[in-house]
Design a protein around this ligand. Structure first.
Ligand SMILES: C[S@@+](CC[C@H](N)C(=O)[O-])C[C@H]1O[C@@H](n2cnc3c(N)ncnc32)[C@H](O)[C@@H]1O
Length: 225
């Protein structure tokens, strides 16, 4: 899977806009707001990809705080670093596996994840690791895209057939783009995601749907020890 994301990286922003019908940045902004950060917060963006959510978080955090984005794809991290430099944002990007984060317990005030859980065999393993590095009471925010509720079958078929073709036209690897499309729809319904978060020690869970369920934003807090 890591290699598939390395292959996709040069065209990821364009493909992500197509998959979210141009609404991805609106949903990411809502995720940044849900993280509830202040000027001196310490924030981790897991599965950061090309860094868009991390950079939105960096807009909300001043020099007393920090924003770190991690992703296991070096090609994605290279792009995130270029974006941060071009925009003059203070944001650190590191190559790391979210299943084994290189940070001590309770380090962050908030941990966000946009679009990463659905590609994992066991998303709860990543949530447990995100909760480990967040302080008790710290925010956990999860944004995922899903097929829209009433068009699940059609949406899935369109993505599954269109994405490899689009990937090929863009000069990428059709199989890698097909893999990305197939992962949409892997996430269970919002109530089941909330139950999974709760099993991982997250409390005070709320969710919000966008565009008929095409995106779902969960937020909660790490239970106090
Ligand atoms: C669909 S992209 C989402 C990127 C970005 N957060 C966004 O909102 O567009 C998923 C990202 O998760 C990364 N990823 C998947 N599994 C991972 C893991 N175990 N550890 C770190 N990154 C991972 C991939 O490399 C990819 O960049």
């Amino acid at each position: 899977m890591r290699q598939a994301f390395d292959v996709i990286a040069p065209r990821y922003d364009l493909v992500s806009s197509l998959m979210t019908l141009g609404m991805g940045d609106h949903w990411r902004r809502a995720a940044a707001e849900a993280a509830d950060v202040s000027a001196c917060s310490s924030v981790l963006d897991a599965f950061t990809g090309t860094g868009d959510l991390a950079l939105m978080l960096a807009d909300r955090v001043a020099s007393g705080g920090e924003v770190i984005g991690v992703d296991f794809s070096p090609a994605m991290i290279d792009r995130a670093r270029l974006k941060a430099a071009a925009r003059g944002r203070r944001c650190r990007f590191e190559v790391a596996d979210v299943l084994d984060l290189p940070f001590e317990d309770d380090r962050f005030d908030a941990v966000t994840a946009s679009g990463g859980l659905r590609s994992l065999d066991d998303p709860s393993a990543a949530v447990r690791e995100m909760a480990r590095v967040a302080r008790p009471g710290g925010r956990i925010v999860v944004l995922e895209i899903n097929p829209p509720r009433h068009l699940r079958g059609i949406h899935h078929r369109v993505l599954e057939f269109a994405m490899p073709a689009v990937g090929g036209l863009l000069g990428g690897d059709p199989a890698a783009f097909g893999e990305l499309a197939r992962s949409v729809g892997n996430m269970p319904p919002p109530a089941e995601v909330a139950a999974m978060l709760s099993h991982c020690g997250i409390t005070d869970i709320h969710w919000r749907e966008f565009a008929g369920g095409m995106a779902v934003l969960h937020r909660g807090r790490v239970a106090a020890a």
